[in-house]
Write a protein that binds this ligand. Structure first.
Ligand code: UDP
Length: 320
């Protein structure tokens, strides 16, 4: 049994990670300021003796009592919807917050995993994106608070590894979805599913020809744990984690319409600034190092998301 700290542990990916690590017999310290994370996500875990929730903002210095074996640093708002309204908070979480999380790992001599993002590739000029591509990020654009702070955090984690001999790992997470995303999250799958289920217009940005590759939450959690637990990965650099099945946003909308049997119309809005036109990870490195690749088909995962939305909205109706 290990004692594991997870920053951002009440978020969508963080809470799924808390649950898996607890189920595997570990003790978990979940740290979150609940800015985009929700107490609801971890409510079913809080009665467990091996679960400790600390409401803290990691941009302020923090400490954790007792020994710590591993630190997963996930904390950050991650929806493009928040990039303009919470830019400063995001920039500071991905800089000062990362510094504080690294200091904790250093103090405890813990292994450290930083969750970076496909956004470090920006508007990619290479396709698919492999880890040796340095990216094409607009440093002053609307997404910069997220993209650049994640790039800075990759650098800072690497420097801590080189300077202090800390064992650090970097996951570059591509689009991830699953039950448990906030309905108002703003990202494409929660938006389209809630619109389709309510027969409201499905809001497509641009002409819908931009692509993404969507990875199911259970596969992502599995990849993160493998990246953390695999021995002798020191100095192996960032690892892409995501699905390599690429689809257009328009195809996604039609898929969700079909599965839900929705009568929603498709409406086409303006394309947001710096919205990547194509995105698909090269995941060969993850397979070579970790023996990992995603298993869940998009249609299967989407059905699970839709079922969860249907059951929670019927629960709300019953409670009225
Ligand atoms: N998108 C869309 N309609 C929405 C929300 C998002 O067409 O209601 C598009 C968005 O412009 C982007 C893609 O879907 O091209 C994925 O967006 P998301 O916010 O989920 O994440 P991103 O990959 O941009 O970080």
């Amino acid at each position: 049994m290990e004692r594991i700290v997870i920053t951002g542990g009440a978020g969508f990916i963080g809470s799924a990670l808390c649950e898996r690590l607890l189920n595997e017999g570990n003790s978990v310290v979940c740290i979150d300021n609940l800015s985009s994370g929700r107490r609801l996500n971890i409510a079913h875990l809080e009665s467990r003796e091996s679960m400790l929730f600390l409401k803290k903002d990691i941009t302020e210095h923090f400490s954790v009592e007792g020994s710590v074996d591993k630190v997963y640093h996930l904390a950050s708002m991650a929806s493009p919807k928040d990039f303009e309204s919470h830019a400063l908070e995001i920039a500071l979480t991905g800089s000062i917050g990362t510094l504080n999380a690294l200091e904790l790992a250093r103090e405890k001599n813990a292994r450290f995993l930083f969750t970076s993002t496909s956004e470090v590739y920006g508007q990619p000029t290479r396709h698919p994106q492999s880890e040796d591509y340095w990216g094409n990020v607009n440093p002053v654009g609307v997404r910069a608070c997220y993209d650049e702070s994640k790039r800075f955090s990759e650098m800072l984690s690497t420097v801590f590894g080189r300077t202090y001999g800390l064992d650090i790992r970097i996951a570059r997470i591509f689009n991830t979805y699953g039950p448990g995303m906030r309905p108002g999250d703003g990202r494409v799958i929660p938006n389209f599913v809630s619109q389709a289920l309510q027969n409201r217009p499905i809001t497509i940005n641009g002409d819908g020809q931009q692509t993404r590759s969507f990875c199911y939450i259970d596969d992502m959690v599995d990849g993160l744990i493998r990246l953390m637990n695999t021995e002798k990965l020191k100095d192996s650099g960032p690892v892409n984690l995501g699905s390599d099945r690429e689809i257009t946003v328009l195809q996604l909308a039609n898929m969700i319409k079909d599965i839900t049997g929705s009568e929603s119309k498709l409406v086409f809005n303006e394309m947001p600034q710096d919205d990547p036109v194509r995105r698909r990870p090269d995941i060969r490195k993850a397979y070579q190092l970790l023996g990992w690749k995603p298993k869940t088909a998009l249609s299967t995962g989407l059905r699970k998301v839709i079922e969860r939305y249907q059951s929670t909205s019927s629960m709300k109706q019953n409670a009225k």
